[in-house]
Ligand binder design. Structure first.
Ligand code: GDP
Length: 264
């Protein structure tokens, strides 16, 4: 009976909030909820109210082994525990984005951010700009968190997966084009935000404008284009992987799970 008791104790201690978390972000309609619903098939528990984001206590698919459990075997409780994670959905509508902002400012046990984009929607300018503005703000929040950290070691790294969804649609951009398009659009967002800051700074005649502009500038300084690679300097590796949650012959989100397993 002791092993069972022990197991129950360990299991109880693993409340959902202590599980390694992955936060889903991205424009409305990208497929975040669809992905959570798909993951829910293997979910342990779920909490959902209309005013708070949806959190799923999920388990990695059987085919995927988390990096942290490579030396353990199936059936070992530690192996099973290492497969569990919390998947946190956030509403993509502008008004509700403060949920996402709060999580970025104070990420408790957040192992990674999954930014879902509709790969067909980013093929046109309006869709691309919406995604780029949102992603710019997310990356800037991560950069500020890193550069503003008090410890000499720097805060823990938070990687970002750009999940290029809806690849089943023939109008969808392939992942490498999603990446290039977003980098280009973020370069533009960065430029226009800097200009906005400058204009308002001139109007207000403040003295630390230069400092502000620097702090609000994403990635490397200078006039060169923005590239996701630049985020590595501030503890964030950005990876783009394609998939489709719905449609096609079957859902294909294997590469997203692999990325999650790598960071679990
Ligand atoms: P959210 O606002 O990011 O949570 O987006 P939803 O999960 O509500 O998805 C928005 C719409 O896109 C829904 O109608 C989904 O059925 C659809 N959708 C989600 N994933 C895919 C996909 O991989 N392919 C296609 N064709 N449609 C998808």
């Amino acid at each position: 009976a002791l092993p069972i008791l022990l197991h129950t104790f360990i299991y109880r201690k693993q409340t959902p909030t202590s599980l390694p978390g992955f936060v889903l972000l991205g424009p409305s309609g990208a497929g975040k909820t669809a992905f959570v619903t798909l993951a829910e098939r293997s979910a342990v528990a779920q909490t959902h109210t209309s005013t708070s984001p949806l959190a799923i206590d999920a388990i990695l698919p059987d085919t995927i082994v988390p990096t942290s459990a490579h030396y353990r075997s199936p059936g070992d409780p530690a192996y099973e525990r290492a497969r569990r994670l919390l998947l946190q959905d956030t509403p993509g509508h502008g008004k509700l984005r403060h949920f996402a902002a709060a999580q970025l400012a104070n990420p408790i046990n957040v192992r990674g951010i999954i930014f879902v984009v509709d790969a067909a929607a980013v093929a046109d300018e309006a869709g691309l700009n919406e995604a780029a503005e949102y992603l710019h703000d997310v990356l800037l929040a991560l950069q500020k968190r890193y550069t503003g950290a008090k410890t000499s070691k720097g805060p823990k790294e938070i990687p970002v997966l750009i999940a290029a969804n809806k690849l089943d649609l023939f109008t969808a951009l392939p992942p490498h084009l999603v990446k290039i398009s977003l980098e280009r659009a973020i370069s533009e967002v960065r430029k226009s935000k800097a200009k906005g800051l400058k204009d308002s700074g001139v109007a207000m005649g403040g003295e630390d404008d230069g400092l502000d502009e620097e702090r609000e500038w994403l990635g490397e300084g200078g006039d060169g284009p923005f590239e996701f690679r630049q985020m590595e300097e501030v503890g964030t590796t950005v990876t783009v992987k394609g998939g489709n949650v719905i449609g096609g012959d079957a859902a294909d989100v294997q590469s997203w799970w692999e990325w999650i397993a790598e960071h679990l």
